[in-house]
Design a binder for this molecule. Structure first.
Ligand code: HPA
Length: 234
């Protein structure tokens, strides 16, 4: 057992999908996986292990923001020996032309989070996806006919901000969307020499104000989940 995960050793697969929402973990385990069981209910942060096309895989709710996400990533890696972490989450587009439901494969993540400043003493570390996972995700998306963009995202600590034109300079420098976890996840994965990738679905467009309904979100995230399940290492 770890501090926040109640699973026994061996109950968690080598690859873990990490949605923020534990109910999304349950939804995927019930609808896209076979023979799954719940290994964690601590804090209501459900985790399941099951099979996808015969391949053993786990999915673990990880909460919102870098502190929560990296607590789960740390325990999965260090207590349970997980080697591949795939974030499956939503993001807010910062380019007006990006449509709801667009899938984004995050090659890297910029951030306003203080966490990496603390670790790297104010210098600029560039958190990056595992290239083999990124490349596999791109191949699977093509095979499944899913339009997936590869690019830079922004991991923020601040969902509700007062700042005006907060995203202009970031969009101008190639940021596609804002979310709240990827830079932390990529940093932790690098530290412990495991693989990580964030696969994101645009749930809202911060510039145009478009927002997916909860029902739309459920349908739209299934492309992202399929990509993640397909590239999971056994
Ligand atoms: N901002 C930050 N994180 C997000 C957003 C957003 O608009 N949408 C989904 N995750």
């Amino acid at each position: 057992m770890a501090f926040h995960i109640g699973a026994k050793k061996g109950e968690i697969a080598n690859t873990v999908l990490l949605p923020g929402d534990p109910l999304r973990a349950r939804f995927v385990s019930e609808n896209l996986m076979q023979d799954s069981f719940c290994y964690n209910e601590v804090r209501g942060m459900y985790g399941y292990t099951g099979f996808y096309n015969g391949k053993r895989v786990s999915i673990q709710g990880a909460g919102m923001g870098i502190p929560s996400n990296t607590i789960y990533a740390h325990e999965l890696i260090n207590t349970y020996g997980v080697r591949t972490l795939i974030r499956v989450g939503t993001c807010g587009a910062v380019l007006p032309e990006l449509k709801l439901g667009q899938v984004i494969l995050a090659i890297t993540a910029s951030s306003d989070s203080g966490i990496n400043n603390q670790i790297f003493k104010g210098l600029n570390y560039a958190p990056a996806a595992d290239f083999a996972l990124l490349s596999a995700a791109n191949d699977v998306a093509k095979k499944l006919g899913i339009d997936a963009m590869i690019g830079n995202v922004f991991s923020t600590d601040v969902f509700y901000s007062n700042e005006e034109d907060r995203w202009g300079v970031w969009a101008q420098h190639g940021i596609l969307a804002a979310e709240m976890e990827t830079s932390g996840l990529y940093t932790i994965a690098a530290r412990f020499n495991v693989k990580a990738l964030s696969i994101l679905t645009v749930s809202d467009n911060i510039i145009t104000g478009e927002v997916s309904s909860a029902k739309d979100r459920e349908q739209r995230v299934s492309d992202m989940m399929k990509i993640a399940l397909e590239i999971a290492d056994e």
